[in-house]
Design a protein around this ligand. Structure first.
Ligand SMILES: [Mg+2]
Ligand SMILES: [Zn+2]
Length: 276
């Protein structure tokens, strides 16, 4: 199957909102959230807010009910299913939490399409309160990346994914994201990889400030419809490159790698042109 690992951010990439804000806003805790935000890290604040929800009588069922109503573009589910059907391995790297992500993915019938979800632990305790913990326990040690929030450096997660797939041969990564936290992993992608930043969102703004820092080939998208089209276009182009190189291995001893890489770039008439 295709030697492609598609890595998705979750909030505002798979779903169309930030899941933390969605739950807090829908359950009426926006004011408390805004009041406490300057006083603690976002991840700690979410655990604190879940305690507050619990003490004010909001149940797990109330949270699940809100999560099931999470806005998502109608082309996202088909896009994920198509990428999976084409043989791609799908993973999530998200600063949301496991409870929100799994609840939404199960509701959409998508949970089994993802081989790995890297996110903050989230689970219901014996009192029926949702607990949210940091992916990286910053009370023990710092992850050492000043670019990222204390609880998660997505760049380190991408490095781990790169190390694990390096053992499986020549795999390429397609990374999709929208937020500030998606910039660190974007910087770690290689020339062989593809970056799909959401246009006019924070990661795209950061990329545009200095596009030369990004080694991966950049393809922007604006909504679920364009995400689907661009993602499947990239997967198709990589697959045809693989077919060509496999055919050449069998048909000739000539080294035609030059031809293959030029052909690959021809396949992307809509590559991102970033304002300098
Ligand atoms: Mg996001
Ligand atoms: Zn980082």
């Amino acid at each position: 199957m295709a030697g492609i690992v598609v890595v998705f951010d979750f909030d505002k990439t798979i779903i169309d909102v930030d899941s933390d804000n969605w739950v807090i806003d829908e359950l009426g805790f926006t004011d408390l959230f805004n009041q406490l935000l300057p006083t603690m890290p976002w991840n700690s604040l979410m655990d604190r807010l879940m305690e507050e929800l619990h003490s004010q009588g909001k149940t797990i069922d109330d949270i699940v009910g809100v999560l099931k109503r999470t806005p998502i573009h109608p082309r996202i589910v088909p896009a994920i299913k198509s990428a999976h059907a084409l043989g791609c391995e799908l993973r999530i790297v998200s600063d949301a939490n496991m409870f929100f992500i799994e609840t939404i993915l199960k509701h959409l019938g998508l949970r089994d399409y993802f081989s790995e979800i890297n996110t903050n632990p989230g689970f219901v305790d014996e009192e029926g309160r949702l607990r949210i913990f940091p992916y990286h326990d910053f009370t023990q040690s710092s992850h050492g990346c000043s670019r990222c929030p204390p609880n998660m450096c997505k760049g380190l997660i991408i490095e781990r994914i790169q190390a694990s797939i390096a053992k499986e041969g020549n795999k390429k990564i397609i990374y999709l994201g929208d937020g500030v936290g998606d910039y660190c992993p974007s910087l770690r992608l290689t020339e062989a990889d593809y970056l799909m930043p959401r246009k006019n969102f924070p990661v795209w703004d950061l990329i545009c400030r200095n596009p030369m820092l990004i080694k991966a080939e950049i393809h922007e998208w604006t909504d679920g419809e364009e995400l689907e089209r661009v993602l499947l276009q990239i997967i198709g182009a990589i697959s045809s490159m693989e077919d060509k190189s496999a055919a050449q291995l069998f048909s000739s001893t000539d080294c035609k790698l030059q031809t293959i890489s030029i052909g690959a770039h021809d396949a992307f008439p809509k590559a991102l042109s970033v304002p300098q």
